[in-house]
Design a protein around this ligand. Structure first.
Ligand SMILES: Cc1ncc(COP(=O)(O)O)c(C=O)c1O
Length: 394
C-alpha cells in the first residue's frame, strides 16, 4: 500500500540529533550529543522505596485512571512551592501535570496555533519544540540569541512586521542549545513587548534549578499579573526524564483548553509516576539531591571548559554557561557543520551540528553543541582531544 501521510507530519524532518545518535550508537562512542542527565545521579534506590510504598499503601489510586489535570496533592505541592520560592502563579493561574515540559509545548501549540500562525522563537532553539510548532504548520520566526538572551530590537521589529504572531517561545535559563541566560532587563522588555502586541509567551524552564554560578533571576512568569504567560516546568533534569512528569502554569481559561487537548492525546499522565514525584517532594531532601546534581555537573562543566581552553581554543570560541547542560562552540570559519559532525562521528565522538537548532534553513551558524552531563570525566578529556584532530582536518 502507498501510505498518504498528513501534510503536518510529511513536512517534519527526522531530528539531526537522532540521526547522529544512529550513526554513533556503538558502545565506544563518546556521548557529547544528547542532553541526558548523568546516569550516576539517578536516585534509583530512593525511587524503588517510594514506588513499593505507594503500591502497598495506595494501590488503587496508583493503578486506576486519574483526572486529566493531574494528581491533586502533586498539583498543590508544586503550586505552593512555585509561589513561595519563585513568585510564580496568581489567583487566576492553574496547574496541569503533563508528560514532561515537551507536552506543555505541544498543548500550548494545540490550543493557540492555527495553520500559518507565527511563533517567534530564539534561533537557535530546542529542536523538540521547533518540530512541535512545525507539526502544527506554524511559521517560525527566529530571533538571534545573544549571550544575554534574545536580541530585543529584532524581537520588537518582528512583532511589528510579522503576520499573525500568536506566541513567543523562550528558554530564558541556560538555553538549549546555546547555554545562554536571558538578563533581567531583557526578561522585562520581552514581557512588556508581548503585552503591547497581545501575544502569548511560552516560557520553557526545564534547566532553571541547574545553576552553577551566580544568583537566580526572576522568571518571566513571575511578572505575569496580566495572564499572558504559559510556564513549562519539568522533573526530567532534577529527578528522572523516564518518569515523564512535567507541568504547566497558566491562566485557568487557557488551562481548561489545554486539559481538553490533553484528554484527547493521553487522558492523563501515569498516576504512579505522579505519585512517586509527589512523595519524593514530600519526603526527601530534594534541595540536597539537586545540590548533588549541581556539584556533579559543575565539575564536568569545568573539566570540559578546561579541555576546550587547552586543546581547541585556537579553533573555537564559546561563552561559558552559568548552568544547564550545554556548551555552544563557534568555529572560527565557515564550514559545513553537518560534515564536521559526521567527521567527529567517524572518530566516535557524537556532537550535534548547530544548523539542526536553527528556526529556518536560511539562519546560518558555525556552531556545534556539546553536552557535558552524560560523558564520564575520561570521555570528556578524550573526546575533546579527538575534536581537536577533527578541527585540524577542517
Ligand atoms: C528546552 C527544553 N524544553 C523541553 C524539553 C523536554 O523535556 P521533558 O523531558 O521535560 O519533556 C527539553 C529536553 O531536553 C528541553 O531542552
Amino acid at each position: 500500500m502507498k501510505y498518504v501521510f498528513s501534510d503536518r507530519i510529511s513536512a517534519l524532518k527526522p531530528s539531526a540529533i537522532r540521526e547522529i545518535l544512529k550513526v554513533t550508537s556503538g558502545g565506544n562512542v563518546i556521548p557529547f550529543a544528547a542532553g541526558n542527565p548523568a546516569p550516576e545521579v539517578f536516585p534509583a534506590d530512593v525511587i524503588e522505596n517510594i514506588a513499593s510504598k505507594i503500591l502497598r499503601q495506595q494501590p488503587v489510586t496508583a493503578l486506576q485512571y486519574g483526572v486529566t489535570e493531574g494528581y491533586l496533592p502533586l498539583r498543590e505541592r508544586i503550586s505552593e512551592d512555585l509561589k513561595a520560592r519563585f513568585n510564580i502563579g496568581r489567583e487566576f493561574d492553574e496547574i496541569i501535570i503533563t508528560a514532561g515540559a515537551q507536552q506543555v509545548v505541544d498543548l500550548a501549540a494545540k490550543v493557540f496555533l492555527n495553520e500559518g500562525d507565527t511563533v517567534i522563537c530564539e534561533s537557535p532553539s530546542f529542536i523538540g519544540s521547533l518540530n512541535c510548532f512545525r507539526s502544527y504548520n506554524a511559521c517560525l520566526k527566529g530571533i538571534p540569541v545573544e549571550s544575554d538572551g534574545m536580541d530585543i530590537e529584532l524581537l520588537e521589529k518582528a512583532l511589528e512586521t510579522e503576520k499573525n504572531v500568536k506566541m513567543i517561545y523562550t528558554i530564558p535559563n541556560f538555553q538549549n542549545p546555546s547555554g545562554y541566560t536571558m538578563s533581567l532587563e531583557k526578561r522585562k522588555a520581552l514581557y512588556e513587548l508581548a503585552l503591547k502586541h497581545n501575544v502569548i509567551i511560552l516560557e520553557d524552564n526545564p534547566y532553571g534549578e541547574l545553576r552553577y554560578t551566580g544568583e537566580d533571576l526572576p522568571s518571566i512568569k513571575s511578572f505575569d499579573d496580566e495572564g499572558i504567560v504559559i510556564y513549562a516546568g519539568s522533573f526530567s533534569k532534577v529527578l528522572s526524564p523516564g518518569l515523564r512528569v512535567g507541568y504547566s502554569v497558566s491562566p485557568a481559561e487557557i488551562t481548561a483548553k489545554m486539559t481538553v487537548g490533553k484528554q484527547a492525546s493521553d487522558v492523563h499522565s501515569p498516576m504512579i509516576c505522579q505519585m512517586i514525584v509527589d512523595r519524593w517532594l514530600a519526603e526527601c531532601d530534594t534541595a540536597e539531591h539537586i545540590g548533588f546534581i549541581r556539584s556533579v555537573y559543575s565539575r564536568k562543566l569545568n573539566l570540559m571548559c578546561d579541555c576546550l581552553d587547552s586543546e581547541i581554543s585556537g579553533f573555537i570560541s564559546y561563552v561559558r554557561p552559568l548552568g544547564g547542560l550545554f556548551i555552544w562552540c563557534e568555529l572560527d570559519r565557515n564550514i559545513n557543520m553537518l560534515d564536521f559532525c559526521k567527521a567527529a562521528a567517524a572518530e566516535n565522538v557524537a556532537v550535534v551540528p548547530g544548523t539542526a537548532f536553527m528556526a529556518s534553513e536560511s539562519d546560518r551558524t558555525n556552531c556545534f553543541r556539546l553536552n557535558f552531563s552524560t560523558p564520564t570525566d575520561e570521555q570528556i578529556v578524550e573526546g575533546v582531544k579527538i575534536l581537536k584532530k577533527v578541527c585540524e582536518k577542517f
